[in-house]
Write a protein that binds this ligand. Structure first.
Ligand code: XIL
Length: 378
């Protein structure tokens, strides 16, 4: 495949190979272990994540946006090299898709689907039913009598528009939040308020009707760590999944978002793997849907910070890659240049955050090495 690369692409690979060798020389040996150098006729290059994941029967990809991929050519080049599945960060959410109750605007998401298809990538849909990113008109008009038809119309139109072209859909996003005290630990959302707990089951049935081929996913956050909140989330979610699967709801996978914290050492491998295995025993697949590692409270020192972030990726992936039901890992972004955490979890010292695998110049960081090494060790 490399032999037919255009000259410019081959020289780029050679440069990145040299840069990567330089980085390797600086790496702590523990992180170099497992980093496979793939040599071919264009000198040393380090196998991109999408190829490394595929060799292990997995998918690797990242969230990205229309603006990032359309306007930033260097980012686009690194993204197509590293990612085998694309999930739009914004373009399939209500606020972008639905400027008004009667208008669906697929322009940006269609461009992203076409981009994925032309770069031999799969395409993930995120997300159909969520309490955030709902447009103003929804908040002004939704009520007990019209929300069922609003949800039905949305799912049927959007999933139908992409039928047969989407790998998986996050049908319901973040439905669990036990510390709000609702029955079943459900999050208090407009969907729960107007439709009751059955909204989750209904959403999956409508989505399955609109695209029988797509993997239908319940996507959840706060599942990874060993603390009261996360263990309550895992408990409530497992009970919900048991009810959904027992009632023959067309749900096929759990999405575990995995927004990790760099200085949090409370990931209990045994408990998290047992939870994932309990989910898998219901016949569900597992997708890591939004992996990133916040360095908000880590030391300023960049080599130290990068090393802790990399070790956090490595520790989490060592656990999750043990689960046979795992089918894909997506990071929530690929480069620090475009991470949502620069707004959502900024550093008190005001310095740029460094949660992802490539830095703002698209150079592979220790975090990239940790993820590629974890795939290698699977
Ligand atoms: C985030 C985006 O990345 C931000 O840019 C936006 O401002 C808010 O939403 N869990 C999810 C994602 O399911 O949709 C969120 O994405 C991050 C948390």
């Amino acid at each position: 495949m490399k032999a037919d690369l255009p000259l410019s692409r081959r020289s780029f690979l050679r440069t990145s190979g040299i840069a990567a060798s330089w980085v390797m020389a600086k790496m702590p040996l523990s992180l170099v272990d497992g980093l496979k150098i793939v040599r071919d006729n264009s000198n040393a290059i380090i196998e991109p994540l999408r190829e490394r994941a595929t060799r292990k029967g997995l998918l690797y990809g990242a969230a990205a946006s229309f603006t990032q991929l359309r306007n930033d050519a260097p980012f686009r080049s690194h993204y197509t090299k590293e990612c085998g599945i694309l999930v739009p960060e914004f373009e399939l959410k209500w606020s972008t898709l639905r400027p008004s109750k009667t208008v669906f605007n697929f322009k940006l998401s269609d461009w992203l689907l076409s981009f994925a298809q032309s770069n031999a990538m799969l395409f993930r849909g995120h997300t159909l039913v969520w309490h955030e990113d709902l447009p103003e008109w929804f908040h002004k008009t939704a009520n007990k009598t019209n929300t069922q038809s609003l949800m039905e119309k949305h799912i049927t139109t959007v999933v139908g528009h992409y039928a047969g072209k989407v790998h998986s859909w996050d049908v319901v996003n973040e439905p669990i939040l036990p510390w709000q005290g609702q029955p079943g630990g459900l999050r208090n959302t407009p969907w729960l308020k107007f439709l009751g707990p059955e909204y989750i089951k209904t959403a999956f049935h409508i989505a399955a009707e609109a695209d029988p081929k797509a993997i239908l996913v319940l996507n959840q956050n706060h599942l990874e760590y060993e603390n009261d909140g996360a263990s309550a989330c895992r408990k409530a979610l497992l009970a919900l999944l048991e009810k959904l699967t027992a009632s023959k709801t067309p749900i096929h996978a759990l999405g575990t978002q995995a927004h990790l914290i760099g200085n949090n050492r409370s990931l209990d491998h045994r408990k998290y793997c047992t939870f994932l295995n309990d989910v898998a025993s219901l016949g569900l697949k597992i997708i890591v849907t939004e992996l990133d590692v916040s360095d908000q409270h880590l030391p300023y020192n960049i080599p130290r910070r990068d090393s802790i972030v990399a070790e956090t990726y490595s520790d989490f992936l060592t656990a999750v890659l043990q689960e046979p039901a795992l089918i894909a890992i997506l990071t929530w972004g690929l480069s620090d240049k475009y991470t949502w955490l620069s707004r959502y979890a900024p550093r008190a010292d005001g310095f740029p955050v460094r949660p992802l695998l490539l830095d703002t110049q698209y150079q592979r960081k220790l975090a990239w090495t940790a993820v590629s090494g974890a795939f290698e060790k699977k």
